[in-house]
Design a protein around this ligand. Structure first.
Ligand code: PLP
Length: 287
């Protein structure tokens, strides 16, 4: 496995970052998770836009131009001969002395890891996941803006721990006002009376690229769609509930906090959107 590390291609054993890296010390950095379908980087522009926007927002200078970054990803894919997999792109503040001040770091560090993806088995897409809501609250923008895909994922890790502890497949996070925001690392949608609904991101959700692709697909197939705040009650009584994300694609929840959703399997609209999504994945890319 070849890993891009600050301009070099190194083996997994040699892919090491200093303990003085501010990404390690303070979570000072950003990342992207990107899918490779058939050798193509899916939604490459959208992911790079989000990365460079996150960087600008936290005043992080990425030492590669947009095109250089795209080329570095493509070269990492080529060196790993990867046709289908996952890219983890990390940009940290870089090496510096102790102390949170980013001025201590001269140059941001860029890492690109390309890996096989372990995803849910196909049965899970047909059945869906058993899910719970969790007590962790998602930051709303008065803390860290949810549009920044930062290396501070402890909140999400705690969500995962709680979800694992309950034996659930995914979890639903609320914000401090009780509105549903997203899953541990996925966006959430519900379907009620034939209308597709997702929470606005300002409530505390990442503006997911899969989320946006699903909204476009809903428009394409003539499915009514609204971005609207909703609560757990609306989730419990929804006809369908599903999550979207780069790794998960589109996956249903068949149960939430012990309430069966719809018929207790992935609903027809969820499956239709998954099918449409799988039809576009090969096309929209960069080799
Ligand atoms: N929400 C969070 C917190 C995430 O970390 C992710 C993906 O990593 C998503 C949502 C889904 O976003 P995307 O579709 O861009 O993968």
């Amino acid at each position: 496995q070849w890993i891009y590390l600050d301009g070099q291609y190194v083996t997994k054993e040699n892919a090491k970052v200093s303990v003085f890296d501010h990404g390690f010390l303070y979570g000072d950095g950003i990342f992207e998770g990107i899918r490779i379908y058939n050798g193509n980087i899916f939604k490459c522009k959208e992911h790079l836009d989000r990365l460079y926007d996150s960087a600008k927002s936290i005043m992080l200078d990425i030492p590669l131009s947009y095109d250089e970054m795209r080329e570095a990803m493509a070269e990492t894919i080529r060196r790993n001969e990867m046709r289908n997999g996952y890219i983890r792109l990390v940009v940290s503040r870089g090496y510096g002395n102790l102390g949170i001040d980013p001025l201590r770091c001269e140059k941001a560090s860029v890492v690109i890891i390309v890996e096989e993806l372990s995803i849910y088995p196909e049965e899970a897409y047909l059945k869906g996941l058993r899910t719970i809501s969790v007590s962790q609250r998602r930051n709303i923008p008065d803390a860290l803006n949810p549009k920044i895909k930062s290396l501070n994922y402890l909140n999400n890790v705690l969500v995962k721990i709680q979800s694992n502890h309950a034996g659930a497949g995914e979890a639903i996070m609320l914000n401090s006002q009780g509105y549903v925001t997203e899953g541990s690392s996925d966006n959430i949608f519900i379907v009620k009376n034939g209308v597709l609904i997702t929470p606005p991101c300002y409530l505390g959700a990442l503006e997911g690229i899969t989320r946006n692709a699903i909204i476009e697909l809903a428009d394409k197939i003539g499915l009514p769609f609204k971005e609207q705040p909703f609560t757990l009650h609306d989730v419990y009584v929804a006809d369908e509930v599903f999550f979207t994300g780069t790794a998960a694609e589109v996956i249903a929840a068949y149960e939430v906090d012990g309430r069966t959703i719809g018929d207790g399997v992935a609903g027809p609209i969820t499956l239709k959107l998954l099918e449409e999504f799988r039809q576009i994945v090969d096309k929209d890319g960069y080799k």
